[in-house]
Design a binder for this molecule. Structure first.
Ligand code: MD3
Ligand code: FE
Length: 212
């Protein structure tokens, strides 16, 4: 069993480096996670989760919404950053509890313009992909995991190369910068019911990005 296979790592806060990804395990304590979930309930009330379809018409298993200047949307017209929710309303502001993680971890020169909220119910996953819809790949991306633990897979910058995986747990914060910014990554599966943070189970991942 390697360090990265140990799902009890939240007992031992640590920063680990995997393939250029900086993973801060247990960055948020339980009260901070609960406060963030409360803020996200308000975001989801203003901008309800929706089920995106790929440009090829295949439904994604992850449900999504966003906060900030831009939200990430995918439909038969393609995937892109958009200034409005599919319902036509502007996205709510990024909660202060979320922005403060960015400031503390990234030490912000620029603040994020998009907070993508991904919700993983039982069986949801996300295939290997690159994030390259942003203007400046020199800006880092930050991810916050809440709820059930998930198997995160990461590769290099070429499709089809070797990959490794690591468990992401509730309260973990990961930063992708430098060469890792363009690495292939995805979520193999979540371990449904492994956290009691969300009363009905599942996982929320927040991804903070500078877009322009
Ligand atoms: C590596 N989300 O929304 S977060 C995504 O858990 C996405 O929901 C996953 O991949 C999730 O695009 C993984 C970790 C992550 C986020 C953005 C990245 C890893 C990244 C951008 C570049 C490289
Ligand atoms: Fe991604």
């Amino acid at each position: 069993m390697s360090l990265f296979d140990d799902p009890s790592h939240n007992d031992r806060p640590a920063t680990v480096l995997v393939r250029g990804f900086v993973l801060h395990q247990g960055w948020l304590d339980r009260p901070a996670q609960e406060a963030m979930v409360a803020d996200l309930r308000a975001v989801i009330a203003a901008a309800p989760l929706f089920s995106p379809v790929t440009p090829w018409g295949k439904p994604m298993s992850v449900r999504m919404t966003s906060a900030g200047k831009y939200g990430w949307v995918s439909d038969r017209r393609g995937y892109r950053y958009a200034a409005n929710h599919p319902a036509g309303t502007p996205w709510p502001p990024i909660p202060e509890s979320v922005l403060s993680v960015w400031r503390d971890v990234v030490g912000a020169v620029r603040l994020p313009e998009c907070c993508l909220v991904n919700f993983y119910g039982e069986g949801a996953r996300m295939g290997l992909h690159q994030d390259r819809d942003e203007a400046d790949f020199g800006q880092p991306v930050l991810s916050i995991s809440l709820g059930d633990r998930a198997r995160f897979r990461m590769g290099g910058t070429e499709r089809g190369g070797p990959t490794e995986s690591v468990w992401l747990q509730s309260g973990d914060v990961m930063v992708m910068g430098g060469p890792a910014r363009l690495a292939y990554h995805g979520i193999d599966r979540i371990d449904f019911g492994t956290s009691d943070l969300l009363p009905r189970g599942g996982r929320i991942n927040l991804t903070l990005r500078v877009v322009d």
